[in-house]
Every structure is written in C-alpha cells, then in structure tokens.
Design a protein around this ligand. Structure first.
Ligand SMILES: NC(=O)c1ccc[n+]([C@@H]2O[C@H](COP(=O)([O-])OP(=O)(O)OC[C@H]3O[C@@H](n4cnc5c(N)ncnc54)[C@H](OP(=O)(O)O)[C@@H]3O)[C@@H](O)[C@H]2O)c1
Length: 268
C-alpha cells in the first residue's frame, strides 16, 4: 500500500490509544486521523498527540477505514450513529471481541464492507498478533487498508473461516494471560525451592523473554529448539519428563483453549 489510509477511530481507550500510537509511530499524518472519544481524560491524551478528537459522532469523515474500538456492549448504541456512513464506501473494521460479522450486518446492512479483527494487548508495545476476517463486500483496496491499519501495531494474519475466530481469540487474544501465568508459576516454583522472591521473578521473566526472542529469530521451530537444549540424562530432560508425562502440559493447554473457545461461542 503506497499511502496509509485515512482513519476514523471510534473509541480511544486502551486499545484505541495503542493503535493511535502505532499509526503515529508509523508516520501517519495527524490530519489523516480523526477520533471520536467521549472520555475527557482520553481526549486530553489524544489532543496532546496533535490529533483531532470529537466527544460525539462526527457528521462527516474523509476516512477510508472506520475503526471501531469500543467495548462490545457499547456497539449497539454506537453503530446506529454511523448508519449514514454506509453509503460512502467506507470499510468498518471492528476489534470488538466476540461479535460476529452478522451482528454488524444486522445493524449496518449486508451490503457494507465489514472486517472483524482480534488483536491482543501486546499492541500497546507494537507487538500485537492480529487476525482479520472480512465479509464478501471487502474489496482488494479495503483489504490492504485494514491490513495496514493493524500492521502498525504488530503482525497480521487473515482467516477465511470466521467460525475459527473464537479459537484465534483463545490462542492469541487470551494467550498473553497464559504466558503471564507461566512466568508467575516458574517464579513461584523457584521461591518454593528457596530462591528469593526478587531473583525468582527476574529469572522467570528474563527466561521467558529470552526464549521468546530466540524462538522468533530461530530458523528451526520451538520443538527443535527444545530438543537442542535437552541433553540426555540432564536437568532439562528431568523437568520435561514431568511436563510431558502423558502429554500433561499439551492436554492441559488443549483443555484451556477449548474452554476459552466455548466461552467465546457463548458470549457471541
Ligand atoms: N484490551 C485488550 O487487550 C483487547 C484485546 C482484543 C480486543 N479488544 C477489544 O477492543 C475494544 C476496546 O477495548 P479497550 O480495552 O480499549 O476498552 P476501553 O478502554 O473501555 O475503550 C473503549 C473506549 O470507547 C469509548 N466509548 C464509549 N462510547 C463511545 C462512543 N459512543 N463513541 C466513541 N467512543 C466511545 C469509551 O469511553 P468511556 O470509557 O467513557 O465509556 C472508552 O474510552 C473492545 O471491544 C475489546 O473487546 C481489546
């Protein structure tokens, strides 16, 4: 994409601000971004970044992409405000968790270009993993525009089958929490074995961070990396024998992802 798309951002809380920061860091012109956000504190933050913000719906926009970053439960109130935008060729890109494309179509109409996205909280440091899925109205240009919008805060992948979005949410949306639990658990195990709280926390955090960067930059997959650090008869092998006994960790992870996927289906 040659020129970044013009954006109307509706909702600028945690995720909206992460996106805004990403766009500005990627060199978006401030004049190409409009924000709607009712919260006064958030408005001050947005204004301090030199971006135009309105407390309520804007009557007109030059935006190509309308990014919806309000809470899922706020959408029913927010979407009707933008009904008259639906004849102007915008693509609506919503990052609200759980709401299917059919939900937006039921309010905006089925002839509207709609993209649903699931980023994660690492967007706040430009390290999100976002998965996008669009309806059949999304054309090539809108596809590229939505990808550029989310690529400003990390990696982007597209899904063909929307029914897998709850599983995506269970992996990459909720995933940061699983990794935080891993860090907590590793530290707690260290404390249990006599390490100080501070040292155990530092060891656990630095180990997960270092291993993640190593895995990202490696030419081999994580399973091969694991084999490379597991000497026969060594300490790592002793620990993995516990974690992998009857696929213990794998089965637990599958159960957790299954539970999160089902919960996503219930909430939709
Ligand atoms: N946070 C995450 O890690 C994460 C991950 C993936 C997806 N998401 C999705 O991202 C969306 C935003 O999440 P968040 O954590 O950023 O929520 P948030 O911090 O509550 O941000 C939502 C913002 O929208 C504002 N808002 C309410 N009504 C509005 C209106 N009519 N027009 C414009 N703005 C309005 C809210 O203002 P008030 O506070 O005044 O109501 C709030 O500042 C959610 O749908 C969530 O499912 C979040």
């Amino acid at each position: 994409m040659n020129k970044p798309p013009k954006i109307l951002l509706v909702g600028c809380g945690n995720m909206g601000q992460a996106l805004l920061k990403g766009w500005l860091e990627q060199g978006w012109a401030r004049s190409d971004i409009q924000v709607v956000e009712p919260d006064k504190d958030a408005q001050s933050t947005i204004e301090s970044l030199g971006v135009e913000v309105s407390g309520a719906r804007v009557a007109n926009t030059h935006a190509e992409v309308v990014v919806l970053a309000v809470k899922p439960q706020q959408l029913k109130i927010v979407l009707p405000d933008y009904l008259d935008f639906t004849e102007k060729g915008h693509v609506f890109l919503s990052i609200a968790a759980g709401r299917p494309i059919a939900f937006y179509e039921s309010i905006l109409g089925s002839q509207i270009s709609i993209v649903r996205g699931m980023p994660n909280m690492s967007a706040s440091i430009g390290q999100s993993m976002t998965v996008l899925v669009g309806n059949s109205m999304v054309d090539h240009r809108q596809h590229e525009a939505c990808e550029a919008v989310m690529a400003a805060v990390g990696r982007v992948a597209w899904l063909e089958d929307e029914s897998l979005m709850n599983t995506v949410t269970a992996i990459s949306g909720s995933g940061p929490a699983y990794v935080f639990l891993l860090i907590e658990s590793l530290a707690a195990a260290g404390i249990d074995m006599g390490l100080s709280r501070e040292l155990a926390a530092e060891l656990a955090l630095a180990t997960v961070a270092g291993a993640s960067v190593l895995a990202i930059n490696s030419e081999v997959d994580p399973a091969e990396l694991r084999r490379q650090v597991t000497s026969p008869g060594g300490t790592t092998e002793a620990a993995l024998a516990v974690l992998m006994d009857n696929n213990a960790l794998l089965e637990l992870m599958k159960e957790a992802v299954h539970a999160a996927t089902e919960r996503g289906q219930d909430l939709a």
